[in-house]
Design a protein around this ligand. Structure first.
Ligand code: DGY
Length: 320
Protein backbone atom coordinates (compact mmCIF):
# COMPACT_ATOMS: atom_id res chain seq x y z
CA UNK A 1 0.00 0.00 0.00
CA UNK A 2 1.23 3.46 -0.87
CA UNK A 3 1.62 6.01 1.93
CA UNK A 4 -1.01 8.75 1.97
CA UNK A 5 0.09 12.27 1.01
CA UNK A 6 -2.17 15.30 1.44
CA UNK A 7 -1.34 18.22 -0.86
CA UNK A 8 -2.87 21.61 -0.06
CA UNK A 9 -2.39 23.35 -3.44
CA UNK A 10 -2.12 22.34 -7.09
CA UNK A 11 1.51 21.80 -8.13
CA UNK A 12 3.39 21.80 -11.44
CA UNK A 13 2.18 18.84 -13.56
CA UNK A 14 5.48 16.95 -13.44
CA UNK A 15 5.53 17.22 -9.64
CA UNK A 16 1.93 16.05 -9.29
CA UNK A 17 2.73 13.10 -11.60
CA UNK A 18 5.68 12.14 -9.41
CA UNK A 19 3.55 12.44 -6.26
CA UNK A 20 0.81 10.22 -7.73
CA UNK A 21 3.38 7.59 -8.73
CA UNK A 22 4.59 7.11 -5.15
CA UNK A 23 1.65 8.14 -2.94
CA UNK A 24 -2.05 7.81 -2.46
CA UNK A 25 -2.73 11.52 -2.91
CA UNK A 26 -5.44 13.62 -1.23
CA UNK A 27 -5.55 16.80 -3.27
CA UNK A 28 -7.20 20.22 -2.91
CA UNK A 29 -8.82 20.09 -6.35
CA UNK A 30 -10.13 23.66 -6.26
CA UNK A 31 -6.70 25.14 -5.49
CA UNK A 32 -8.33 27.67 -3.15
CA UNK A 33 -6.42 28.52 0.02
CA UNK A 34 -7.59 26.09 2.69
CA UNK A 35 -8.40 26.99 6.28
CA UNK A 36 -6.83 25.10 9.16
CA UNK A 37 -9.81 22.74 9.56
CA UNK A 38 -9.95 22.05 5.84
CA UNK A 39 -6.27 21.06 5.77
CA UNK A 40 -6.84 18.84 8.79
CA UNK A 41 -9.81 17.20 7.04
CA UNK A 42 -7.78 16.65 3.86
CA UNK A 43 -4.98 15.12 5.93
CA UNK A 44 -7.05 12.96 8.28
CA UNK A 45 -5.49 9.67 7.10
CA UNK A 46 -2.23 11.16 5.80
CA UNK A 47 1.32 10.04 6.54
CA UNK A 48 2.73 13.25 5.06
CA UNK A 49 1.45 16.69 4.09
CA UNK A 50 2.76 18.98 1.39
CA UNK A 51 1.83 22.56 2.30
CA UNK A 52 2.58 25.93 0.82
CA UNK A 53 3.09 29.63 1.58
CA UNK A 54 0.20 31.03 3.61
CA UNK A 55 -1.21 27.71 4.87
CA UNK A 56 -1.98 28.15 8.60
CA UNK A 57 0.22 25.44 10.11
CA UNK A 58 0.09 26.96 13.57
CA UNK A 59 -0.05 25.73 17.17
CA UNK A 60 -3.78 24.89 16.97
CA UNK A 61 -3.11 22.92 13.78
CA UNK A 62 -0.50 20.73 15.49
CA UNK A 63 -2.78 20.18 18.49
CA UNK A 64 -5.46 18.72 16.21
CA UNK A 65 -3.10 16.91 13.82
CA UNK A 66 -3.39 13.09 13.80
CA UNK A 67 -0.28 11.42 15.28
CA UNK A 68 0.15 9.43 12.04
CA UNK A 69 1.57 12.44 10.15
CA UNK A 70 5.37 12.17 10.15
CA UNK A 71 6.41 15.05 7.94
CA UNK A 72 5.11 18.38 6.71
CA UNK A 73 7.05 19.49 3.66
CA UNK A 74 6.49 23.07 2.60
CA UNK A 75 6.69 24.10 -1.05
CA UNK A 76 8.67 27.19 -0.02
CA UNK A 77 11.91 28.25 1.53
CA UNK A 78 10.08 30.48 4.03
CA UNK A 79 8.63 28.71 7.06
CA UNK A 80 6.93 31.64 8.80
CA UNK A 81 3.53 29.99 8.24
CA UNK A 82 4.61 27.01 10.34
CA UNK A 83 4.89 26.92 14.12
CA UNK A 84 8.25 25.15 14.25
CA UNK A 85 8.25 24.84 18.04
CA UNK A 86 4.81 23.15 17.99
CA UNK A 87 6.03 20.81 15.22
CA UNK A 88 9.07 19.82 17.29
CA UNK A 89 6.90 19.24 20.34
CA UNK A 90 4.59 16.96 18.34
CA UNK A 91 7.56 15.17 16.75
CA UNK A 92 6.63 16.19 13.19
CA UNK A 93 9.54 16.72 10.80
CA UNK A 94 9.48 19.94 8.77
CA UNK A 95 11.18 20.22 5.37
CA UNK A 96 11.57 23.22 3.05
CA UNK A 97 13.10 24.06 -0.35
CA UNK A 98 16.20 26.23 0.08
CA UNK A 99 18.74 27.06 -2.63
CA UNK A 100 16.53 26.76 -5.70
CA UNK A 101 14.77 30.15 -5.49
CA UNK A 102 17.91 32.24 -5.41
CA UNK A 103 18.22 33.44 -9.00
CA UNK A 104 14.49 33.73 -9.64
CA UNK A 105 14.03 35.89 -6.54
CA UNK A 106 17.15 37.98 -7.19
CA UNK A 107 15.95 38.59 -10.75
CA UNK A 108 12.54 39.77 -9.59
CA UNK A 109 14.19 42.01 -7.01
CA UNK A 110 15.86 43.75 -9.92
CA UNK A 111 12.62 43.94 -11.83
CA UNK A 112 11.10 45.70 -8.81
CA UNK A 113 14.08 47.97 -8.27
CA UNK A 114 14.17 49.06 -11.90
CA UNK A 115 10.39 49.19 -12.18
CA UNK A 116 10.06 51.39 -9.09
CA UNK A 117 12.97 53.66 -10.07
CA UNK A 118 11.89 54.05 -13.70
CA UNK A 119 8.14 54.24 -13.07
CA UNK A 120 7.45 51.15 -15.17
CA UNK A 121 4.01 50.51 -13.65
CA UNK A 122 2.81 54.04 -14.39
CA UNK A 123 4.30 53.90 -17.87
CA UNK A 124 2.66 50.60 -18.71
CA UNK A 125 -0.68 51.81 -17.37
CA UNK A 126 -0.45 54.88 -19.59
CA UNK A 127 -0.07 52.73 -22.68
CA UNK A 128 -2.77 50.26 -21.65
CA UNK A 129 -5.25 53.08 -21.02
CA UNK A 130 -4.36 54.79 -24.31
CA UNK A 131 -3.43 57.99 -22.44
CA UNK A 132 0.16 58.35 -23.70
CA UNK A 133 0.71 61.78 -25.29
CA UNK A 134 4.05 60.92 -26.90
CA UNK A 135 7.69 61.57 -26.11
CA UNK A 136 8.49 64.79 -24.28
CA UNK A 137 11.51 65.93 -22.26
CA UNK A 138 9.61 66.11 -18.98
CA UNK A 139 7.57 62.95 -19.32
CA UNK A 140 7.54 60.42 -16.46
CA UNK A 141 10.99 61.12 -15.09
CA UNK A 142 12.41 58.45 -12.82
CA UNK A 143 15.77 58.10 -11.15
CA UNK A 144 19.02 56.35 -12.08
CA UNK A 145 19.77 52.93 -10.60
CA UNK A 146 23.30 52.69 -12.02
CA UNK A 147 26.01 54.07 -9.76
CA UNK A 148 23.72 54.46 -6.72
CA UNK A 149 24.07 52.97 -3.24
CA UNK A 150 22.12 49.82 -2.43
CA UNK A 151 21.55 48.50 1.09
CA UNK A 152 20.69 44.84 1.60
CA UNK A 153 19.22 43.47 4.82
CA UNK A 154 19.88 39.74 4.96
CA UNK A 155 22.93 38.59 3.03
CA UNK A 156 21.97 34.94 2.57
CA UNK A 157 21.89 33.29 -0.84
CA UNK A 158 19.31 35.69 -2.29
CA UNK A 159 20.91 38.83 -0.80
CA UNK A 160 24.25 37.78 -2.28
CA UNK A 161 22.68 37.11 -5.69
CA UNK A 162 21.12 40.60 -5.60
CA UNK A 163 24.53 42.09 -4.68
CA UNK A 164 26.13 40.23 -7.60
CA UNK A 165 23.65 41.80 -10.02
CA UNK A 166 24.22 45.22 -8.39
CA UNK A 167 27.90 45.04 -9.33
CA UNK A 168 26.81 44.94 -12.98
CA UNK A 169 25.02 48.24 -12.37
CA UNK A 170 28.13 49.79 -10.76
CA UNK A 171 26.28 50.16 -7.47
CA UNK A 172 27.97 50.55 -4.12
CA UNK A 173 26.58 47.71 -2.03
CA UNK A 174 26.11 47.98 1.73
CA UNK A 175 24.77 45.13 3.82
CA UNK A 176 23.61 44.11 7.22
CA UNK A 177 23.53 40.47 8.20
CA UNK A 178 23.47 38.73 11.57
CA UNK A 179 26.99 37.50 10.75
CA UNK A 180 29.56 39.25 8.58
CA UNK A 181 30.36 37.28 5.41
CA UNK A 182 33.87 35.85 5.00
CA UNK A 183 36.04 38.38 3.11
CA UNK A 184 36.13 36.25 -0.07
CA UNK A 185 32.30 36.32 -0.27
CA UNK A 186 31.87 40.04 0.30
CA UNK A 187 32.98 41.02 -3.21
CA UNK A 188 33.41 44.64 -2.19
CA UNK A 189 30.11 44.94 -0.29
CA UNK A 190 30.42 47.14 2.79
CA UNK A 191 29.35 45.47 6.03
CA UNK A 192 27.51 47.35 8.80
CA UNK A 193 27.18 45.85 12.24
CA UNK A 194 23.76 47.43 12.74
CA UNK A 195 20.87 48.28 10.46
CA UNK A 196 20.77 51.81 11.90
CA UNK A 197 24.37 52.38 10.82
CA UNK A 198 23.60 51.26 7.28
CA UNK A 199 20.31 53.04 6.58
CA UNK A 200 21.71 56.57 5.98
CA UNK A 201 23.73 55.10 3.04
CA UNK A 202 20.80 53.42 1.30
CA UNK A 203 19.45 55.18 -1.77
CA UNK A 204 17.88 51.80 -2.48
CA UNK A 205 17.05 49.29 0.23
CA UNK A 206 16.23 45.66 -0.49
CA UNK A 207 14.85 43.30 2.16
CA UNK A 208 16.00 39.67 2.21
CA UNK A 209 15.42 38.67 5.81
CA UNK A 210 12.87 36.12 7.06
CA UNK A 211 9.75 37.13 8.96
CA UNK A 212 10.54 36.50 12.62
CA UNK A 213 9.58 37.99 15.96
CA UNK A 214 12.60 40.32 15.50
CA UNK A 215 11.86 41.50 11.96
CA UNK A 216 8.03 41.77 11.96
CA UNK A 217 7.08 45.44 11.59
CA UNK A 218 10.78 46.40 11.45
CA UNK A 219 10.36 48.85 8.55
CA UNK A 220 8.33 51.45 10.46
CA UNK A 221 8.35 55.26 10.66
CA UNK A 222 11.47 55.45 12.88
CA UNK A 223 13.31 53.09 10.52
CA UNK A 224 12.24 54.99 7.39
CA UNK A 225 13.38 58.32 8.82
CA UNK A 226 16.96 57.01 8.88
CA UNK A 227 16.99 56.49 5.10
CA UNK A 228 18.07 59.34 2.79
CA UNK A 229 15.05 61.35 1.61
CA UNK A 230 13.71 59.89 -1.62
CA UNK A 231 15.05 56.37 -1.06
CA UNK A 232 13.45 53.43 -2.87
CA UNK A 233 12.31 50.37 -0.91
CA UNK A 234 12.13 46.88 -2.40
CA UNK A 235 10.57 43.92 -0.62
CA UNK A 236 10.71 40.35 -1.88
CA UNK A 237 11.02 38.86 1.62
CA UNK A 238 7.77 38.89 3.58
CA UNK A 239 5.06 41.54 3.74
CA UNK A 240 4.85 41.71 7.49
CA UNK A 241 8.48 42.87 7.77
CA UNK A 242 7.14 46.31 6.86
CA UNK A 243 4.58 48.40 8.69
CA UNK A 244 2.14 49.13 5.86
CA UNK A 245 0.69 52.32 7.36
CA UNK A 246 4.17 53.81 7.88
CA UNK A 247 5.43 52.82 4.44
CA UNK A 248 2.29 54.26 2.82
CA UNK A 249 2.72 57.51 4.77
CA UNK A 250 6.36 57.73 3.64
CA UNK A 251 5.34 57.12 0.01
CA UNK A 252 2.75 59.87 0.26
CA UNK A 253 5.11 62.40 1.86
CA UNK A 254 7.97 61.70 -0.57
CA UNK A 255 10.20 60.46 2.22
CA UNK A 256 10.25 57.32 0.07
CA UNK A 257 10.36 58.11 -3.65
CA UNK A 258 8.93 54.72 -4.56
CA UNK A 259 8.52 51.12 -3.48
CA UNK A 260 8.73 47.87 -5.41
CA UNK A 261 6.77 45.20 -3.56
CA UNK A 262 6.26 41.51 -4.31
CA UNK A 263 5.01 40.47 -0.87
CA UNK A 264 2.32 41.85 1.43
CA UNK A 265 0.99 41.33 4.91
CA UNK A 266 -2.28 39.38 4.68
CA UNK A 267 -1.82 38.71 0.96
CA UNK A 268 -3.75 38.56 -1.31
CA UNK A 269 -5.72 41.21 0.63
CA UNK A 270 -3.17 43.99 0.45
CA UNK A 271 -3.47 47.42 2.08
CA UNK A 272 -5.64 49.19 -0.58
CA UNK A 273 -3.55 52.41 -0.52
CA UNK A 274 -0.69 50.57 -2.25
CA UNK A 275 -2.92 50.19 -5.30
CA UNK A 276 -3.85 53.88 -5.35
CA UNK A 277 -0.34 55.29 -5.03
CA UNK A 278 1.39 56.10 -8.33
CA UNK A 279 4.85 55.47 -6.84
CA UNK A 280 4.40 51.79 -6.11
CA UNK A 281 5.38 49.00 -8.47
CA UNK A 282 3.50 45.90 -7.35
CA UNK A 283 3.69 42.20 -8.14
CA UNK A 284 1.59 39.34 -6.71
CA UNK A 285 4.30 37.31 -4.90
CA UNK A 286 6.02 36.14 -8.08
CA UNK A 287 9.58 35.93 -6.70
CA UNK A 288 9.95 32.20 -7.33
CA UNK A 289 7.47 31.99 -10.21
CA UNK A 290 9.56 30.50 -13.00
CA UNK A 291 8.85 27.06 -14.42
CA UNK A 292 12.40 25.99 -13.58
CA UNK A 293 12.24 27.14 -9.97
CA UNK A 294 8.77 25.79 -9.25
CA UNK A 295 9.76 22.36 -10.56
CA UNK A 296 12.94 22.48 -8.48
CA UNK A 297 10.91 23.46 -5.39
CA UNK A 298 8.50 20.57 -5.95
CA UNK A 299 11.42 18.19 -6.43
CA UNK A 300 12.94 19.28 -3.13
CA UNK A 301 9.59 19.00 -1.33
CA UNK A 302 9.03 15.45 -2.61
CA UNK A 303 12.67 14.49 -1.91
CA UNK A 304 12.03 15.51 1.70
CA UNK A 305 8.87 13.40 1.91
CA UNK A 306 10.40 10.38 0.13
CA UNK A 307 13.37 10.41 2.51
CA UNK A 308 11.13 10.59 5.56
CA UNK A 309 8.89 7.77 4.32
CA UNK A 310 11.99 5.64 3.68
CA UNK A 311 13.28 6.32 7.21
CA UNK A 312 16.26 8.21 5.77
CA UNK A 313 17.62 11.63 6.71
CA UNK A 314 15.40 14.41 5.35
CA UNK A 315 17.71 16.46 3.07
CA UNK A 316 16.20 19.88 3.68
CA UNK A 317 15.02 19.61 7.25
CA UNK A 318 14.13 22.73 9.21
CA UNK A 319 14.75 22.83 12.93
CA UNK A 320 13.76 25.42 15.52
C1 DGY B 1 9.21 31.11 -0.43
O1 DGY B 1 9.53 30.01 -0.92
O2 DGY B 1 9.24 31.32 0.78
C2 DGY B 1 8.81 32.16 -1.38
O3 DGY B 1 8.26 33.26 -0.75
C3 DGY B 1 7.89 31.63 -2.46
O4 DGY B 1 8.04 32.50 -3.56
Amino acid sequence: MKPVLAITRRLPADIEARAHASYDVRRNEGDKPLKRDEILALAQDADAILVSVGDPIDGAFFKALPQRVKIIATFSVGTDHIDLAAAAQKGVIIGNTPGVLTDATADITWLLMLGAARRAGEGEAEIRTASWRGWRPTHMIGTHVSGKKLGIIGMGRIGQAVAKRARGFDMEVHYFNRKRLPADQENGAIYHDSIDAMLPHCQFLSLHCPSTAQTRGMVNAAFLQKLPKGAILVNTARGDVVDDADVIAALKSGELAAAGLDVFAGEPNIAPAYRDLPNTFLLPHLGSATAETRTAMGTRALDNIDACMAGAEVPFRVTV
